[in-house]
Every structure is written in structure tokens, then in C-alpha cells.
Design a protein around this ligand. Structure first.
Ligand SMILES: [Zn+2]
Length: 76
């Protein structure tokens, strides 16, 4: 896939760290599957993965956790 930001780079499969801030909570997901531009480093995350991250983030916020750092794990 061509990068939409710099329009020069090609995206490659890799992993990214995603930080979400929600209702006073900060949640950091490590090793999130992503496509990363080899030119500018822009990260593209699939919709299904984004949805999963937001769902997990909501659960964490509901539990009243302020800071949570975890590895992303795909639901089987
Ligand atoms: Zn780029």
C-alpha cells in the first residue's frame, strides 16, 4: 500500500505502540499489528484492530484503571 501521508513510501507489515487516552485513563498497547510507512513512519492500523483496541480500552476505563500498559493480543 502507498502511504497516504507522504505519498512516497510503501507500507510494510510491522508492529506499533498505540496510546489511547480515555476519560482520564491512559492505555498503552504494545505490539499492535500495523502497516508502517518505510519513508515517514506513519502507522496504519486495520479497522478491526482499532475496534478491538477501543473495546479493550473501554473495559479498562470501566475498571477505573488510570494507566495500563499491555501487549496487544488478538482474540482467537
Ligand atoms: Zn509515508
Amino acid at each position: 500500500m502507498k502511504c497516504m501521508i507522504c505519498k512516497h513510501g510503501e507500507t510494510k507489515k510491522g508492529t506499533a505502540t498505540v496510546t489511547l487516552e480515555k476519560g482520564g485513563s491512559t492505555i498503552v498497547f504494545k505490539e499492535v499489528p500495523a502497516h508502517i510507512c518505510d519513508n515517514c513512519g506513519e502507522k496504519y492500523i486495520d479497522d478491526s484492530v482499532t475496534k478491538e483496541l477501543l473495546k479493550k480500552a473501554r473495559e479498562i476505563v470501566e475498571n477505573g484503571v488510570e494507566v495500563d500498559i499491555r501487549k496487544y493480543e488478538t482474540a482467537a
